[in-house]
Design a binder for this molecule. Structure first.
Ligand code: SAH
Length: 371
């Protein structure tokens, strides 16, 4: 999918999706094209700046270029859009976007404002194969991997809005398992981070995974300081297997080893399920694991919509769980639930559109605040 310059056969007539390429590859291909068209070399960088940094809707909107050149570019290249199907705004300012892809698949992106930050929660797959018991995306099954332009395109589309939404932080916590689509996520990380493209600092980009070991190794091998979050959700193999079938393939001990070997600080995600994984012994066991890897722990209140058969742990009980972990020397934060009235958790909006759940009424669920 990502062609290196040598593999790009410029003699083929099929238009090339220039949004699927890393900055280096795109600039090379564009430079080659400009040379062929008898244009100055600087035109390549001029076009590239209009893909991600200051994006435009189409080649024809690159009005700094001669009209003839714009037409030639549109013959040779594509820069496909994601069709915005729906936009919902929560009473807390969180916004949720449903995009329709060329083959009819839909994916979700969530924009979460907090102070002067804007965090985008992006999807890496349509559906998901992992079937975590409490997750709405898991319930819909796996449809397909997203391409680089479909993943980074979510960030680009929000930049194209009027007024634009400019992300300061990215989390791969939308639909799908990013480390089961490394082939696309790898170049997307470059597009997100490269100052010539989206220019978001590596420390502001978090890849969240259930613990796909080869993917964690691949992420660790990148020289940039991308962050890693691991969905733990249970401190023992028996309980974790019952919530996350992937634990059979990647058991806790192996995930812990990979987390400890990661050369940057790792975050553990732990969704609080009432009466399931929120007992004092779970806090003790989770503390041991977190200390082994020097991990930071995020306790996540369960987003109730779409999470079949589970109820959220009440706020005071989450706070007590956090205190028990702190007493054991672990750094813990309780994440705020956002966008409860717009079904903002993983896969919930798409599920809602397919008619399988009712929206949650905001007033029923208080936010849990960080102590
Ligand atoms: N597949 C990756 C990333 C996508 S999910 C992963 O599992 O880490 C991002 C996070 O949202 C995961 O921690 C996931 O377990 C959590 N999540 C899924 N459904 C949720 C729900 N209903 N409420 C709260 N968190 C949920």
């Amino acid at each position: 999918m990502i062609a290196t310059p040598l593999q790009i056969d410029t003699s083929v007539s099929e238009p090339l999706n220039v949004l699927d390429l890393t900055p280096d590859d795109a600039l090379l291909v564009l430079a080659e094209f400009m040379a062929g068209a008898g244009e100055a070399r600087y035109r390549a960088a001029q076009v590239f700046a209009r893909l991600w940094e200051r994006p435009v809707h189409s080649f024809d909107d690159m009005t700094e270029l001669p009209k003839g050149l714009r037409a030639q570019l549109a013959d040779r290249f594509t820069m496909p859009r994601l069709a915005l199907q729906e936009r919902q705004r929560s009473s807390d300012g969180t916004e949720k976007f449903l995009f329709r892809l060329h083959d009819g698949q839909s994916i979700e992106t969530v924009a979460i404002p907090e102070g002067n930050r804007l965090t985008l929660c992006i999807s890496s797959q349509a559906g998901c194969a992992l079937q975590c018991a409490f997750c709405a995306t898991g319930a819909m099954g796996f449809q397909r991997n997203l391409t680089p332009s479909e993943i980074a395109g979510q960030v680009r589309e929000l930049r194209l809005l009027d007024p634009p939404l400019l992300a300061t932080n990215i989390v791969f916590m939308g639909m799908g398992e990013p480390l089961m689509n490394w082939k696309a996520v790898d170049p997307v990380l470059t597009l997100l981070n490269d100052p010539r493209a989206l220019g978001i600092g590596a420390r502001h980009i978090t890849v969240s995974t259930v613990g796909v070991l080869p993917g964690i190794e691949a992420l660790a091998a990148r020289k940039e300081q991308f962050r890693l979050a691991i969905s733990i959700h249970a401190p023992s193999d028996a309980l974790r297997r019952s919530l996350m079938p992937v634990n059979v393939k990647y058991p806790l001990a192996d995930v812990m080893q990979a987390a400890a070997a990661f050369d940057r600080r790792v975050t553990f995600e732990y969704v609080m399920l009432d009466g399931v994984n929120d007992q004092p012994e779970h806090a003790a066991m989770l503390s041991t694991l977190a200390r082994e890897c020097r991990a930071f722990v995020n306790l996540i209140p369960l987003h109730p919509g779409g999470s079949l058969g589970f109820t959220p742990t009440p706020g005071p009980k989450i706070a007590a769980f956090a205190r028990a972990m702190r007493a054991r020397g672990v750094e813990v934060a309780v994440r705020k639930s956002r966008g409860l009235d717009i079904a903002a958790a993983c896969g919930q909006l798409r599920t809602e559109r397919l008619g399988r759940r009712l929206p949650v009424v905001t007033e029923q669920h208080d936010d849990v605040h960080v102590p």
